[in-house]
Design a protein around this ligand. Structure first.
Ligand SMILES: Cc1cc2nc3c(=O)[nH]c(=O)nc-3n(C[C@H](O)[C@H](O)[C@H](O)COP(=O)(O)OP(=O)(O)OC[C@H]3O[C@@H](n4cnc5c(N)ncnc54)[C@H](O)[C@@H]3O)c2cc1C
Length: 417
């Protein structure tokens, strides 16, 4: 079968890889000049397989004032005129119940574990260099209340097959001595030894080289924005791009946040909204200050991942529309927090600031599977977990297209779930 994939971010590239493995002829289209030019470019680099609890949870009600209005608040909300922002916000708040958060956590854990297993079993990927290290992830807390809630969540997740250890402050410092600068505010942490880190851009470029040389010869067309999807009745029959029309037997929409506009053109509403985040990539000049494990500073909502001799720092959740401006105050805030936690870089060193748009659903679950329109499959809405969930999502879509039983119960990931 000839399958056309729209989008060469981490979701589109892993989908192309899974489809090529099944023997399909695959064509990938992307508006950008290279793979990973959207949200996958310089994200937090965390493969946080066991840390998938959605933002939409019951604690949001009491955390929201601090998240929004606290000093250096990690969440920013700028109300606009876009009705979709309010519709998404209402659906997000409706998802903030204990029952719904548990259902999402369970579904995401299944998908995350599948991703981990697919990546671990993929022999052709072992030779790729994408700074993939399984050093574990430590989430540290500065408030006794948040730590107690996290310990309860870890106990719940232990029942679902996660290996997670609850550590006091001293044990956190013994595990990761580079946390010394914040020892005074450390209350405790949750350590997940199986979690990993990887450079998403390097992964996408590695997949590009692998797939270009693949037996089935995957065809890539960059600088090729899809202008609209072509629907005839109940069937998708092609796509119109700036470089002409493309037709295939099946289509996978994996265009990140821009999938919304493309789907809307054929009458399909995708409940996604962009949540903007920032990252810095620092050269490690001071090895003693650099963490070895991935660290999440829960109070500040900042993540740190070691990528070879670089430290990736990421954070912020700004609900400000599809605004790609690098706001100097947000960059400065992230830079201050990084310098206070892991002072790895020389004072005048370049920080490589970046921002991207997380394609977020209200519940936190991605939308995976058949769209209801013949020939069109959806692999969208991975929010803050696209790198983590990519291989499992790709495997599920490939199984659906091949007509094999899906490796997971897909009901939780359906468009109208
Ligand atoms: C600051 C930040 C930190 C993050 N940290 C992590 C993390 O630590 N771990 C994790 O798992 N996830 C993380 N994420 C989330 C993760 O980056 C996203 O979920 C993931 O990148 C989404 O991948 P995607 O392929 O769906 O979208 P994208 O990477 O945005 O790719 C979509 C692609 O589609 C192309 N496209 C769009 N429209 C068209 C069109 N009309 N025609 C042709 N091509 C088109 C774009 O050019 C782009 O290349 C983070 C995100 C941000 C912003």
């Amino acid at each position: 079968m000839h399958v056309l994939v729209i989008g060469a971010g981490v979701i589109g590239m892993t989908t192309a890889w899974a489809l090529a493995r099944d023997g399909h002829q695959v064509t990938v289209l992307d508006a950008g000049p290279e793979p990973a030019s959207g949200a996958s470019h310089a994200n937090g680099a965390q493969l946080s397989y066991s840390y998938v609890a959605p933002l939409a949870g019951p604690s949001i009600w009491k955390d929201l004032p601090k998240l929004l209005f606290g000093r250096d608040a990690p969440v920013r909300f700028r109300p606009g005129l876009d009705l979709r922002q309010y519709r998404w916000g209402l659906r997000f708040l409706a998802a903030c119940t204990a029952g719904k958060a548990r259902r999402t956590t369970q579904a995401l854990l299944r998908l995350a574990f599948l991703s981990r297993d697919v990546l671990a079993d993929a022999r052709d990927l072992q030779a790729l260099d994408f700074d993939h290290v399984q050093a574990g992830k430590l989430v540290v807390y500065s408030s006794a209340e948040s730590f107690a809630a996290a310990a309860a969540q870890a106990r719940f997740q232990n029942t679902l097959g996660c290996k997670q250890d609850v550590l006091d402050a001293a044990a956190c410092l013994a595990l990761e001595p580079a946390l010394r600068p914040i020892a005074g505010r450390l209350v405790g942490g949750i350590f997940t030894p199986d979690d990993a880190a990887a450079d998403p851009r390097k992964l996408c470029h590695g997949l590009l080289h692998l797939l270009e040389g693949h037996n089935n010869g995957v065809a890539f067309h960059f600088n090729t924005p899809v202008i609209r999807l072509l629907r005839e009745g109940q069937r998708l029959v092609g796509v119109e791009t700036a470089n002409g029309r493309f037709r295939a037997d099946a289509y996978v929409l994996a265009g990140g946040i821009q999938s919304v506009a493309l789907a809307q053109g054929i009458g399909l509403e995708l409940p996604l909204y962009p949540i903007k985040g920032y990252s810095l990539t620092l050269d490690i000049a001071n090895e003693n200050a650099a963490p070895r494990v991935s660290v999440t500073d829960y109070g500040n909502k900042v993540v740190y991942a070691r990528l070879g001799q670089k430290l990736r720092v990421a954070g912020m959740a700004d609900i400000v529309g599809a605004d790609m401006a690098l706001e100097p105050d947000r960059v400065a805030q992230l830079s201050r927090q990084a310098a206070a936690t892991f002072p790895v870089a020389a004072p005048e060193a370049a920080q490589q600031p970046w921002c991207g748009l997380r394609p977020a659903t209200p519940s936190g679950r991605p939308i995976l599977g058949h769209s209801g329109i013949d020939g069109l499959w959806l692999n969208v809405g991975h929010g803050a977990l696209g790198l983590t969930l990519a291989f499992g999502s790709a495997a599920s879509i490939a199984a659906g297209i091949a007509g094999r039983p899906e490796p997971l119960d897909m009901a939780d990931f359906a468009l109208h779930a």
